[in-house]
Design a binder for this molecule. Structure first.
Ligand code: HGY
Ligand code: MN
Ligand code: MN
Length: 418
């Protein structure tokens, strides 16, 4: 199968790529932090980004809203008003010091494709709704996927009491954003109003690069378990507390972090990450008495993930016992692996083949809003090649040509769907 797309793709591809890149660059300039891209859920920069996306939608003639969970919604009617909608989109929140394509690419390609249809007044036998979610990364609040869960009707109201690092509750953050937490339940969609959800996203891996192909299909999204771990020892004077008398929480936590790495390295296709660690009281001359760290554990097989978590906690318990430390943990995110919808995936595969592209299937080890939406609607994803597979890093990079190919594939898919 040739890797290069056929000639007919080039005309619209370049125009859609330029439009998508313009929005991606606009969003890359909207950050909570000077000098790097960080846009956390419900922050001032999330609000600015949401308003900017909504303004683009209004310019395209879409009916727009921002729902109670902060998701921007733009609706392009089908051949008759009020038809069930195919949902497109991705997220506009980012990790800290992020790349500009993770999330934004999916929203920008969806908008470019619908703008292309709208300019030709091409009406399909279904509506299209473009969604820009605000909480896919789960950096500010532990619950994660608040927007997509609200759409899927699975938002956990108890998470409104979750607090961020500054002690601000999710409920207060929603109100400060301009949303009404009490209206979140009303954001849920009825299955009969939705045909399915398709997200275009950077691959965040190297399969497409190695296959020398611009786009590919996603077979499924890896589940993940995330927990907070606290290690309690006894703080003391760095000068007078002798080494044998210490119950140093940070040394214990450090041994646990290396044990976690050791367990994961010893397993097939398991990844384990300690992304954040805080030692208290955090003074140069005080032996740390308490450490809190996070663990993100992933593998496609849910049973294996539970087994590996058990092994990790056993290793940490043994280290705590040997060092006279107390160990506590709390799981705050536990998402099973989710497969993509066969029919939607087959439609995308047929489109790829028609356009001379190989319908390569890739398992996503990264999480996506589709994890929440798949509970209620058919879900599929289209991956786009990204340079060296780099993501969650400012060097994240996607070529305009590949963005254009993704746009043409999505548009061909939509026009063939009925
Ligand atoms: O963590 C993830 O996999 C996603 O980028 N939120
Ligand atoms: Mn993402
Ligand atoms: Mn991400």
């Amino acid at each position: 199968m040739s890797a290069a797309p056929r000639a007919e793709m080039h005309g619209d591809a370049a125009a859609m790529a330029a439009e998508a890149m313009a929005l991606i660059e606009d969003l890359a300039a909207i950050s909570d932090e000077p000098g790097r891209l960080t846009r956390l859920y419900l922050s001032a920069s999330h609000r600015r980004a949401a308003d900017h996306v909504r303004a683009q939608m209004i310019e395209m003639g879409l009916a727009t809203s921002i729902d109670a969970a902060g998701t921007v919604v733009g609706r392009y009617e089908g051949s008759r008003p009020g038809m069930p909608a195919l949902l497109l989109g991705s997220h506009i929140d980012t990790v800290r010091d992020a790349g500009r394509f993770d999330g934004a690419l999916g929203v920008a390609v969806a908008l470019a494709v619908v703008a292309n249809l709208a300019r030709r007044n091409r009406r399909l036998p279904f509506a299209i709704e473009i969604l820009a979610f605000g909480d896919e990364e789960g950096i500010r609040f532990p619950s994660t996927l608040a927007g997509s869960r609200a759409i899927a009707g699975s938002f956990d109201l108890s998470t409104l009491a979750d607090r961020d690092a500054d002690g601000i509750s999710l409920a207060d953050a929603l109100r400060a954003f301009g949303s009404d937490p009490a209206a979140i339940a009303a954001a849920a969609r009825r299955p009969q109003d939705v045909l399915g959800y398709i997200e275009v996203h950077i691959e965040q891996g190297r399969v497409l690069e190695h296959a020398n192909q611009a786009v590919g299909l996603v077979s499924g999204i890896s589940g993940a378990t995330r927990l907070g771990v606290t290690v309690e020892g006894v703080s003391g004077h760095a000068g007078t507390l002798t080494m044998p008398d210490r119950r140093d929480a940070l040394c214990g936590a450090a041994e646990m972090v290396l044990a976690i790495e050791d367990v994961a390295r010893g397993c097939e296709q398991v990844v384990a990450t300690v992304g954040r660690l805080v030692a208290e009281p955090g003074a140069v001359n005080v032996v740390p008495g308490k450490v809190a760290f996070t663990l993100d554990l992933r593998t496609f097989r849910d049973a294996e993930r539970r087994r590996v978590l058990g092994e990790i906690l056993e290793r940490c318990d043994a280290i705590a016992g040997r060092r006279g430390l107390e160990l506590h943990h709390e799981v705050f995110y536990d998402q099973p692996t989710t497969v993509c919808d066969r029919a939607l995936k087959a439609g995308l595969a047929a489109t790829l083949s028609r356009l001379g592209l190989d319908p390569i299937e890739i398992q996503s080890s990264a999480g996506h809003d589709g994890l929440a939406l798949a509970a209620l609607f058919p879900m599929a994803m289209l991956f786009v090649r990204c340079k060296d597979g780099v993501s969650h890093h400012p060097d994240e990079s996607v070529s305009p040509a590949d963005i254009g190919t993704a746009g043409v594939v999505l548009r061909h898919f939509l026009e063939a769907l009925h």
